[in-house]
Design a protein around this ligand. Structure first.
Ligand SMILES: Cc1cc2nc3c(=O)[nH]c(=O)nc-3n(C[C@H](O)[C@H](O)[C@H](O)COP(=O)(O)OP(=O)(O)OC[C@H]3O[C@@H](n4cnc5c(N)ncnc54)[C@H](O)[C@@H]3O)c2cc1C
Length: 474
């Protein structure tokens, strides 16, 4: 008898698990996806002759074996790219990760002195009495001083994650990579060796858009017999005697269907389980109400221009820009746009109450163009087309107290021995696609009885991922 494994969600996590399971004859695998295409956040879409991603995506991993495994999946489609990124502030472009030399020489002398003074003061304060960091703000101020926090980190965090005084320090720990000024200065002065392994100088990217990664995973899984059910929404999860027994699906046509399962891999938003399993205990349902995600808006400008940005992507911490980052797709791969054209993406996160979430594309476009004008990146007559894509519940909000609530939900993995929360949304884990790939493989190996799935522990060998890398270089 084959084990029937049902996977909720066909993002990279679900697809990686499906692909790994499909390599063994022991399982019958069903992947259920509400969209008509696979890939989730990693998918690409076509707009005329352009191939566009849902925000800038690059593939990099420090998990042993993951890059090699992905290179094998992608074959010759995978390009190795040199990473270029910058930060724009006070009308100037700065290297990113930040360099101390640049901060001293390119900020106004007053600002530089303020940053250095506030850092020195904080270093002394921390030595005299070190209070444990509670919030995102505490973590950054203790490491870099108040001036740098107010200049860069606070506005950037507000744009991406919400109020840094209400966010758990864990978020800063996983997103900001730097040992702090003292450690870097010591390294430079005494050992002359600066360890920059967290800020990878290069990454992989598929020639025809990031979405080729999920497409390849699906092609391979399908060839091995995995059943894909696209355009179906999971509406209920049934349980019986401490196990999940199957799921109900409904399609756009109103057709409903029940699929029984021996194992259930759950990669859709974690809090949705409270609706899908209405008989859960009250405290679990209550926890689910407060497990929150932020939404993302990506606004695309398709342009008749060869190149518009000085790097693959640029961060804009200042509050005069509502977007947090601009990125240029043709710098990732020239094959995603016709010759002589390029695509610029402005992305920002928001809540459902922010005005941008409900603005129509015309309003939002005007709003953005007014912010972009002083940057002089392109003129309006170069715009071939512009539009937005909006994604709900994308960025896990690490509010103070979030861990307790998430652990309440995760405890369902112990109540139901054949249920696994996996992936960015399923495990409420601020991770990247390589970590999803790793987790998908790990849970599949566990089901195949070739590895352990740490029900209450760390889900991946990945060192925590830091996308806002701040390295003060001398
Ligand atoms: C703007 C942005 C930039 C990023 N940049 C990078 C990067 O540079 N590098 C990198 O590696 N990663 C990056 N990431 C992260 C990466 O996109 C995610 O880690 C990864 O895509 C998550 O995969 P997943 O399968 O866990 O979740 P998802 O991709 O969200 O997949 C979940 C799937 O479940 C489906 N689903 C939801 N509800 C239901 C339901 N009720 N029934 C059926 N199906 C359902 C969804 O449609 C979706 O397809 C970025 C993310 C964003 C938002």
């Amino acid at each position: 008898m084959k084990k029937r494994v049902v996977i909720l969600g066909a993002g990279v996590t679900g697809l990686s698990a499906a692909y790994r399971l499909s390599q063994s004859p022991e399982c019958e695998v069903h992947v259920l996806e509400k969209e008509m295409e696979v890939g989730g956040l990693c998918r690409s879409f076509n707009e005329g002759e352009f191939t566009l991603d849902l925000g800038p995506h690059k593939f990099y991993s420090n998990v042993p074996g993951v890059t090699e495994a992905m290179c094998e999946v992608m074959g010759e489609e995978f390009l190795l790219r040199d990473k270029t990124q910058k930060l724009f502030m006070c009308g100037k472009y700065f290297s990113f990760p930040l360099s101390l030399t640049e901060m001293i020489t390119r900020f106004s002398p007053l600002k530089s002195i303020k940053i250095l003074f506030s850092f020195g003061l904080q270093a002394i304060k921390t030595r005299v009495s070190s209070q444990p960091d509670k919030t995102y703000r505490d973590f950054v101020v203790n490491k870099f001083g108040r001036a740098l926090y107010e200049q860069i980190f606070q506005p950037m965090a507000r744009k991406m994650f919400g109020n840094p005084e209400k966010l758990d320090r864990r978020l800063a720990e996983v997103r900001i990579s730097s040992p702090g000024l003292v450690a870097v200065i010591k390294q430079v002065l005494f050992s002359k060796k600066v360890d920059r392994t967290v800020s990878a100088p290069e990454f992989h990217y598929p020639r025809k858009g990031f979405g080729r990664i999920p497409s390849r995973l699906m092609e391979k899984a399908k060839a091995n017999g995995v059943h894909f059910h696209l355009g179906v929404k999971v509406t209920k999860i049934e349980q019986s005697q401490g196990r999940v027994s199957g799921v109900w699906l409904s399609s756009d046509t109103g057709k409903t269907e029940f699929i029984s399962c021996d194992q259930l891999i759950y990669t859709i938003p974690m809090q949705a389980i409270a609706e899908l399993m209405p008989d859960l205990p009250a405290e679990v349902r209550q926890a689910a109400r407060f497990v929150k995600f932020r939404h993302t808006v990506v606004y695309y400008f398709l342009l008749k221009a060869k190149s518009v940005l000085p790097a693959m992507w640029v961060f804009y911490p200042e509050s005069r820009f509502r977007f947090g980052r601009l990125s240029e797709m043709t710098k990732f791969s020239p094959e995603v746009a016709p010759e002589g054209y390029t695509a610029l993406m402005a992305d920002f996160t928001c809540t459902g109450d922010d005005p941008e979430w409900s603005m129509n594309d015309d309003e939002l476009g005007k709003h953005l163009l007014a912010q972009l004008k002083p940057l002089k990146l392109f003129s309006e007559d170069q715009i071939v087309k512009c539009f937005s894509k909006r994604f709900k519940n994308i960025y896990p909000v690490y509010e103070l107290g979030y861990e307790e609530r998430v652990n309440k939900l995760r405890s369902l993995e112990t109540s139901f021995e054949n249920l696994y929360f996996v992936g960015r949304l399923g495990d409420f884990n601020y991770n990247n696609s390589d970590q999803c790939f790793d987790m998908g493989f790990s849970v599949a190996n566990h089901i195949l009885e070739r590895g352990k799935w740490p029900k209450n522990g760390k889900r991946s060998d990945q060192k925590d991922l830091r996308s806002i890398v701040l390295w003060i270089e001398l």
